[in-house]
Design a protein around this ligand. Sequence first.
Ligand code: ADE
Length: 250
Amino acid sequence: MLQFDVVTLFPAMFDAVTGSGVTGRARERRLYELVLWNPRDFATNSYRTIDDRPYGGGPGMVMMPEPLEKALGAARQRQKSSGVSKPRVLHLTPQGRLLDNQLVRELAGEQGLVMLAGRYEGIDERLVGRVVDDEVSIGDYVLSGGELAAMVVIDCVVRQLPGALGDAESAVQDSFANGLLDHPHYTRPELYDGAAVPSVLLSGNHADVARWRLKQSLGRTWCRRPDLLAKRNLSAAESSLLEEFKREAE
Ligand code: ADE
């Protein structure tokens, strides 16, 4: 069972992940375990202070290293007691490595992840060198704290775990799994406010449907995310499907 520990000032936020949907069901099935640690419980003074003003001046507050290191230490200890030989410690920050499907799959292969979700202007840099293995960002924008980013990591890692998705759904068919965006989807009614479902999807010909879907995947990726296509080699069949898409688009 994959072990997650998160160090956060707002443990209640994580009810959103454990309470519903794919991640709620996966937890009930014991595919992963999530334990939350509040650095305030590791504060050393009687006011339970966990932040202080930045050296050098400037706005905002910085999270002090000691309560965080103690909380992280307790989290790592718990992981080791649960059989994780080397927990991987992640710090969520906009300065980190951008999360993508490759990193998600790498993380899904770990035995245990300990995540540090910071608040305020950030955490004392000395802590990073001492205990953090990787810094991870979920995108080029600033959240009010690392909690939502940690929940994003948990959600996309858990859906990669064998048994997390039903047979009908499958992470193999997700966008990005093959380096391409997903194809469009349709359900009933066949005619919706004058717009028809593409006829090939009604044909019952599985090979034609698969070919059309791959063509749409290639075409969408070409239109919307040319950076993804540039990173991926196309087979001869894929190239000719993409040419067909471009001709039809003209
Ligand atoms: N904390 C604040 N913003 C973040 C981001 N974009 N990614 C990860 N952690 C963050």
